[in-house]
Design a binder for this molecule. Sequence first.
Ligand SMILES: [Zn+2]
Ligand SMILES: [Zn+2]
Length: 579
Amino acid sequence: MENSEIARIFHEIADLLEVKGDNPFRVRSYRNAALVVEGLPESLRTMAQKGAEGLMHIPGIGEGIREKILEMTRTGRCAFHDGLLKEVPQGILGILKVSGVGPRKAAVFFKELGITDVEGLEKAAKAQRLRTLTGFGEKSEERILKAIKDLRSMSGRANLGAAMQYAGAFQDYLKKIPGVTDCIPAGSLRRWKDSIGDIDILAACDEKAAAVMDGFAAYPDVRHVVSRGETKSTVMLNAGLQVDIRVIEKKSFGAALQYFTGSKAHNIALRDRAKRMGLKISEYGVFKEKSGAWAAGETEEDVYRSVGLPWIPPELRENRGEIEAAEEGRLPEMLDVKDIRGDLHVHTNESDGACSLEEMADGAIERGYAYMAVTDHSKAVGIAHGLDEKRVLAQIKRIDEFNEKLKKRGRKFTVLKGAEVDIRADGSLDHPDSVLDKLDCVLAAVHSGFSMSMSDMTERILKGIRSGKINILAHPTGRLISSREPYAVDMEKVMDEARKYGVALELNSYPDRLDLNDTHLALAREKGVPVVISTDAHSLRHFDNILYGVHTARRGWLEKKDVLNTRPLKELMKLLKRK
Ligand SMILES: [Zn+2]
Ligand SMILES: [Zn+2]
């Protein structure tokens, strides 16, 4: 079991307990555990090899949860979770994936109308039975039907974070099989696409492919083998992800890597180019068209060089002008994780984060950051324990004192005073100006009322920008990759206004968000709207998600100069001036 699977089970336990109406503190401890596990850089399976001892020092994990982790890494099951599933109909978990339906609503549907799955919910909404419940009306039925439609259109794909974890673990395993000399996940994963259909792994080997195929099928996390050939096999993992593996001769590894990395559109354009040069590119190599003689194929660089191009980074291979740019020597200078100097979207346990201000600051310092903005939620987000005016003022005082302490200790690190303030349905902000004016870094975001018309939503966000009180528009389209479509908003208008008011747009690195997406980022770059890459960290390990943000930015052709939090603090503060 990989970390993401364990985290999912903890989330489910929290959901199931909440549906049952269990103690909120108990619910919260499982939610926190899920957050912590999700962000761990090391595999719990590896850590648990030393027994409970190996799991002793994970912050936020107590004894009861530690035992469940041990059980899951050893047996692949959690008896407590299994027990809950017997008490609460399993279909209810599906209902919780419908955007806008939380455990409390699901419990009402179950108890009042006997609804136990998404199909039942859909039927009830269509039969106008939901409106018989207190607090529900015609509008809520419409919203739920739309959310069910969204959910269906998105299932069957994994988010980038989960896919990376599964592919990484599989890769580590394959590398240990004797005879395997190289092993790389290709496909959309290597291009860091925001959602992944299945995982493609290429292995180079110097011995018989059959041995590799045996090892592949024996991977402990395989649910069943879908197909098995001499050089290509497909398996289904326990988590429901499909993995294809291809065994390639060393001589063709570069050509195969290029071919199976895609995208299809990029490869077609590249093949056309080769054809014009009298060459033929296939997964086996580059060949002279007339004589059939082998021209290149051992490395990807060789393949690109054979058609007169420099190597093109996988994130750019979408046939969006990268071949022309490569030819003319104007490929973007690729952004690097090391270019990021601070995180401007961080939550603490004052709202819905798992760690204290001090713990988060330590984590940011450890990463080599120079600054971090604490941006807890405002009161409108009741579920996240959002801060009212009084609590913000108290937090400001604490941050000032903390910065003073850091200074005395000679640390070159600054905590910026911030907030993630809600843009209410009418476009007003959820903190008074008197509070906002005291902050260094104000994020504004939409967290509810997603189903507005495009013109209303655009107007709502424009009003927030025009307040002159915000620095950054957080997760600008509100999408959740596994469950919620972006809300309807005119992004061009938002960008134009943002530039006028000196507001930056966020690229939220959370793997289920990656919002803005690659095409919006390209548009922002074209329009000269600055971008901030943040993690929206709710626990220490979420800082690592910056990797997904940086690679998504690369897909949007962003360079270091386009990203505000690559600047030193002094320069950043000048740029964060509100107009
Ligand atoms: Zn948010
Ligand atoms: Zn946030």
